[in-house]
Design a binder for this molecule. Structure first.
Ligand code: DC
Length: 221
């Protein structure tokens, strides 16, 4: 069974998906981490995104893998664990930029499908219910106001010891929202058959309870 959870940055997709997966005994796949890993490679190689020949060349020499360590997803770039390195604001923006490239989306599409193949999975991303798994049994579109999402993201980054301001986080998030929903291929949008769930004003526990209730109505528990 596939549960697709899409939505903009900071809507709570990954924390909620992780918790739900644990509760249901599903595998959790964070697809944003794959785009972040490609973004990191492009930063390391200084790739200009309009240089299609170089984009293709670098992709052909890139491997991205995931593995689970203590039930946590880890992501590897060319064999090296970069799970922590991909969480900086710089990589966030680059991930959003590279995710607009058709070559990058094609590179990661098959990978996402094969990782999920034959398993009960919850995937979170931007285009899971629309493109990667349009036939997913359950689709949820999670959102929240930009201000609330920025506040959550800011608190997360500060807790990790990163040097950021709320204004910068809000600005980056709005930029990513714009990029992600205006790109030509697989833009962020709600699938027609997705359940829309706005988490603005909810605590994490409230959102989790509401999602668990929704899944029960779909026979998943
Ligand atoms: O979920 P995240 O913030 O880690 O994702 C990083 C970027 O990757 C996001 O800005 C857009 C892109 N992305 C995508 O285009 N499609 C996905 N399924 C997941 C992420």
């Amino acid at each position: 069974m596939i549960i697709a959870i899409d939505g903009p940055s900071g809507a709570g997709k990954s924390t909620l998906s992780k918790k739900l997966a644990k509760r249901l005994g599903f595998v959790y796949i964070d697809t944003g981490a794959l785009y972040r890993t490609v973004g990191l490679k492009f930063i390391n190689k200084g790739v200009q995104l309009d240089n299609t020949a170089l984009v293709e060349e670098v992709l052909s020499d890139t491997t991205v893998d995931i593995n689970y360590v203590n039930a946590e997803q880890r992501v590897y770039l060319d064999g090296v664990d970069v799970s922590d390195e991909i969480r900086t604001p710089e990589v966030s923006l680059m991930a959003s930029a590279v995710s607009a490239l058709p070559e990058v989306r094609a590179f990661l599409l098959g990978m996402q499908r094969s990782i999920a193949n034959g398993k009960n999975v919850i995937l979170d991303g931007r285009d899971i219910g629309t493109v990667v798994f349009p036939n997913a049994e359950i689709k949820i579109f999670l959102s929240a106001s930009a201000k609330e999402r920025a506040k959550r993201r800011y608190e997360e980054l500060i807790a990790k010891g990163q040097d950021v301001t709320y204004e910068q986080v809000l600005e980056d998030l709005e930029k990513r929202d714009y990029n992600d929903s205006h790109r030509a291929i697989a833009p962020l949008k709600q699938a027609e058959d997705a359940y829309a769930f706005d988490t603005t004003g909810n605590t994490f526990e409230q959102s989790l309870d509401l999602l668990v209730e929704y899944l029960k109505t779909k026979g998943v528990e």
